[in-house]
Design a protein around this ligand. Sequence first.
Ligand code: C5J
Length: 231
Amino acid sequence: MSTATLDTNALLTVPAQPFDYSFSLAHTALLIIDMQRDFIEPGGFGETLGNDVSLLAAIVPTVKRVLEAWRASGGHVIHTREGHAPDLSDCPPAKRLRGAPKLRIGDEGPMGRILIHGEPGHAIIPELAPIAGELVIDKPGKGAFYDTALGEVLKTRGITHLIVMGVTTEVCVQTTLREANDRGYDCLLVEDGTESYFPEFKEAALAMIRAQGAIVGWTAPSASLLAVLPS
Ligand code: C5J
């Protein structure tokens, strides 16, 4: 179907857990969380914390497939990046100093300073790079609403529903879903469009999100979403 003739207010329904999820393109944003080199490529923040980053890299083709189909449908796209100002003024010492990583936030690594705005590692991976018209939200915390303009942007655009992908499932993705849910957004998490360094944490997070009648939100495989997109 051509987007020129598309009714973006039409309701689309995805078979999801714990029950069907309905949304319209006009009032929904595809929100892609932190698909940054620092989490997905060797030498970044994720690896300095001792994680196997290849687990996260494996979802890139799926995220790309959904992103391209969503773009073709003409829907809103928002990307987030976790990171900090070069002077670390927005990085609480509790975040920087916790644990014993090989490199801390702000230290010089193979992809520049770890999780610092403008450094190569802070960038979204090239396969998923934002295009003109797509919003990028820089966030200092795990949740995308904390200390950002995301809430205002969604209100201005009349967005009531969020379809979410990205990393990591139980940290920035789950925190953002919980923040969004408390603000009244209906959220669908794409099951194979999110990943954790700990597969058991991913499964637990998915189960927690959709438990108790979608207490935080819905989950569905990408194939179910792709099947209803007009592109
Ligand atoms: C983490 C994130 N795991 N994007 N960040 O520190 O989930």
